[in-house]
Design a protein. Sequence first.
Length: 503
Amino acid sequence: MAELSQHVSVLESSYPQRLGRSPNSPENCRWASGRVWVILDGIQILAAAALATLIELNKVLVAGGGGILHDTLFHGRSIGILLVLLCGFTVTLILTSRRLNLYRPKRLGSLLHEQRLSMQACLTSGLLLTGTLYLIRAEDIPRSIVLLTVGLVTVSLNLRRLLYRSKIKREFARGVGLRNVLILGHGSEAQALRSHMESVRSLGYKFQGFITPPGSNSGDGDTLRDVLGTYDNLFQVARTKFVDEILVTAPCSEDFLSSLLSEARIRDINLRLVPETYGGLVLNSSFEYLGQFPTILLHRMNHREVSVLLKRALDILFSSFALLFLSPLLVAIAIAIKVDSQGPILYCHERVGKKGRPFNCFKFRSMVADAEVLRASLMHMNERDGVLFKVTNDPRITRIGKMLRKYSFDELPQFFSVLCGDMSIVGPRPPLPREVREYQPSQLRRLDVTPGITGLWQVNARQDPSFHSYISLDLAYVENWSLWLDLKIIVRTIGVVLAGTGS
């Protein structure tokens, strides 16, 4: 433990001098990753204060009084005092919550511990607020409003955290939002950590395999089947397995940790050390817990939570409006498909989504019912290179299917996939499993984001047969994604659809 602590101290002091302080350092990213929660806390405090004021106003009006209207809230300087106190209470609560690590990832730690800390933050801030009122002798400010505000804030913040925990627990049970993990090491600590992650599903971690550290044997026969490689090919394995975190359980030298940290930062992968524990007692209280295991966080991925939240909100609003506005067209297309040819109205096919997760994608059927069976006989007519398949005047396409493809109407049911969270409005096209099996490791980068209905390739090179162009544009989107880029792609997509450039 002493040796490990010394290595970590050396890394923290020397690494910034070698490469400069990274914006993705644990401290910076820990604060950045909690911005959404800070904003939500501020909104709830304002809402609680407004509700408490309305309740008090109603009580005064029912009682036939008017003092609170004229002497406290809407007259004189008391309104300014109230606003300053409210801002002070908000800032104090946010800083206290940050100090208590309430803005760290919610998959870490227990629910009861989080609820206790949230109540502690609210009550501490409330005591400071009431103490300030006593010191400034603000007798004109009703104490009932203050107490009611603090009470509403405490209840609402704890309720929101409880509901969020329940939500992500349901998602983890469905395999959504899980973080893929590699363990560097395969000793008893590594085995115990693996068992803990697999048994406590609410942590949201998915074990992918062990990596053999330098200078060690591959382990016993029971472990061999789960060893995916050595440190030499660690990051190649991490790429193919869509790894989010690497947990180090093996003893490491300072030079090794420095090299590992450097590579993790370049590839933006979380890196944690799992130190030794004695009887479950932690020797350093600043450790961040992964379930019951204390860890030292060396690097945290750069999570753009606010932008991702806004993107998801845009997806929900846009897809809901599209389905509502286009519902008559959807019904008309369904009837036309049924009349035009035999077979189902919708074509369901498996696609590969974010981090290689398969999902069912739906489109209006634009081909004959046995199109997949006939595909093999048309391979000699393929006009695309690489793993793509495209044939001009494909004989499998039905009469109504030609019109649907020309204006991309066959893809309208994918708005339901957007509402379910399997797809986004803008993103790389979801590939077929057979295509992904032929990807190079560097090309798997396009699966780091949620696939979309439209993207750069659809608006820039839809008729380009080059697989290289297809992949390059998708990778360019992943590397340069922003909300502004999404909006520009949506606008350009409307023009492409109206021009009827589909096929």
